[in-house]
Ligand binder design. Sequence first.
Ligand SMILES: NC(=O)c1ccc[n+]([C@@H]2O[C@H](COP(=O)([O-])OP(=O)(O)OC[C@H]3O[C@@H](n4cnc5c(N)ncnc54)[C@H](O)[C@@H]3O)[C@@H](O)[C@H]2O)c1
Length: 370
Amino acid sequence: MVEQRANTLESVAMNPSFWKNKKVFVTGHTGFKGAWLSAWLRLWEAELLGFSLAPPTKKNLYTLIKPKKGIQSVLGDVRNLKSLSASMRRFKPEIVIHMAAQSLVKKSYEDPLTTYQTNVMGTANLLEAIRDTKSVRSVVVVTSDKCYDENAGAKNGHLENDPMGGTDPYSSSKGCAELVVKSYRAAFFGSGTSKKHAAAIATARAGNVIGGGDWAENRLVPDAIRSFWGQKEMIIRNPNAIRPWQHVLEPLSGYLLLAEKLYRDGAPYAQGWNFGPKPSDAKPVSWVADRLMQLWGEGAQWKKDGAFHPKETHILKLNCSKSMSRLGWKPKMNLELALSWVVEWSRAYQDGASMDRVTEDQIKQYLKLK
Ligand SMILES: NC(=O)c1ccc[n+]([C@@H]2O[C@H](COP(=O)([O-])OP(=O)(O)OC[C@H]3O[C@@H](n4cnc5c(N)ncnc54)[C@H](O)[C@@H]3O)[C@@H](O)[C@H]2O)c1
């Protein structure tokens, strides 16, 4: 494994004992982040119910590392309030982490309606289901760094109170989801009149994540790994676009810290939170492609694709000082280390290793980072 120099700021140690036997309702558990989060929560012995459509890709991390026990899995649609609400009421969770989404920018141009129905109405349905389930105390709704109006604050990194926006359907659906949460929180949640539900609800905004086990189409790192496995030249759409890259375990650690704070202290944490990488890890696509090629070694190469591609926000930076000072969260991995873990995971998969063990080992390794 690539070594990394210790960071100067200490992050808050995570608290496995808090999660032991906690009832956690996770939407999107069959997706990339959801499969990693479920593996993490199983390691900490939480009681999990996952609610999602089937995995979005034929090959996927969820199926690869699915345990025989330790998680109840419901294949359901967040656009269907009745089934979502029934699953939640039956399970009686204390904590809800909402990650189910149409998560791809390109697909949002092809099918904007499904994107809005899933990401906006799916979030409204989730909040309605929570209103109907008194056991819920803590809710983290995962949106995206793309929720922000790109003209606001982008130079020094978006702050949580920047206006929402988004000029492609995916980004604006995430901005809309943020607004839905804000208004539901004010109207129906928190202490106050007897009509209010006591759950504390926050939103979490992170950038492009990378990690082993992502088979999504049109994402740089999965596309790269697929071409390395197939010994094909990798095709790159926008080599100069700068993205805030981070390992999937970084925002997940933020979601878990936030969920715990919401559970323990409620209202002061019921707001939006950024979980981005260090500013120095906002790098051009071409830099990431070059570094991946070096880490993979022989046979790996890339070229630019000449075709037209729909507009994507050019530079996205998050200012994470609030999460660092108030939650004690901070990015622990640099991009170099994150890429090396992706390559290590993908090589292990290629070699037929037991991937639930490899995945769990990386989580344990992450927990040791300072
Ligand atoms: N991966 C990233 O780089 C990234 C960056 C920023 C934000 N996010 C957000 O994080 C969350 C998880 O992302 P991911 O990369 O794991 O996405 P993913 O596409 O791998 O997984 C999405 C999950 O949502 C489920 N889903 C989709 N439509 C659904 C529906 N109608 N009802 C129920 N379930 C449905 C899928 O089955 C899957 O489990 C999403 O909200 C995404 O927008 C991801």
